[in-house]
Design a protein around this ligand. Structure first.
Ligand code: SAM
Length: 226
């Protein structure tokens, strides 16, 4: 298991707080991102009335999709460790007037998840020092619960994989501290490794699993039931 590095974590928190406004625009309006969020919630398949946790919720771009599925009688809890992202997500909730959606500050690697019916995480796994251990921890802490992960990594599919060099440049340019220059690996390689480890854990540990790639093979979606 990789030990979390407090300095890297603190730098990543500052990074996401600083970039929250720009990130929020991309997370909400980038081409194809709405379809990906819909696919994540479809794969998670929460029931009306469920309590769903969105780990690493960022500026809250997935919250509306989750809330729509659990209905007024359900509950959605967003958790993120970056104060700037949490503030933005809370503003989104306040604007919408949702009383059953809350956003808290918390660390994905140390989350009390008991009581959750379903757990979703989008574009988070590449940020975690040891995503397999984190996902294992979530699954150990949970009762009968659904989990779904959505992440971006390099494509193994044609024709998407011909765009991998461009993807690598984008990842390098946008990598928060913690993915860049990690043990001498390129940020794209770190991302690939972490995403693969997390999704493998879901597929290994869960039943009723589904796995799919989208967006030319750059988006990885895995789900299952504990
Ligand atoms: C790429 S953003 C994705 C945000 C959101 N899930 C989305 O789909 O737009 C990654 C988010 O994960 C958060 N994050 C990274 N590591 C975390 C950790 N250990 N605990 C909680 N949040 C974390 C960052 O602060 C950031 O907001």
């Amino acid at each position: 298991m990789t030990t979390p590095d407090p300095e890297r974590a603190s730098a990543a928190r500052s990074f996401y707080s600083r970039w929250a406004p720009g990130y929020d625009y991309l997370a909400t309006h980038a081409p194809g991102v709405r379809c990906l969020r819909t696919a994540l919630v479809d794969a998670l398949d929460p029931a009306r009335g469920d309590t769903v946790v969105d780990v690493g919720c960022g500026t809250g771009a997935t919250l509306p999709y989750l809330r729509e599925r659990v209905g007024r009688e359900g509950r959605v809890v967003g958790v993120d460790f970056a104060p700037g992202a949490v503030a933005r997500a809370r503003a989104r909730v306040e604007r919408a007037g949702w009383t059953n959606v809350t956003v808290c500050r918390g660390d994905a690697t140390r989350l009390p998840l008991d009581g959750a019916d379903a757990v979703a995480a989008s574009f988070l796994m590449g940020m975690l020092p040891d995503p397999a251990a984190t996902v294992e921890g979530w699954l150990d802490a949970l009762g009968p619960t659904r989990i779904a992960l959505l992440d971006l990594a390099r494509s193994h599919r044609r024709p998407g994989r011909s765009l991998n060099p461009l993807f690598r440049v984008v990842v390098r340019a946008s990598a928060p501290p913690g993915t860049a220059e990690h043990h001498g690996e390129s940020p794209a390689r770190v991302l690939d490794r972490r995403v693969a480890a997390a999704h493998r854990t879901v597929l290994k540990r869960c039943t009723g699993t589904t796995h799919a790639t989208r967006a030319g093979g750059f988006a990885y979606l895995s789900a299952g039931r504990r």
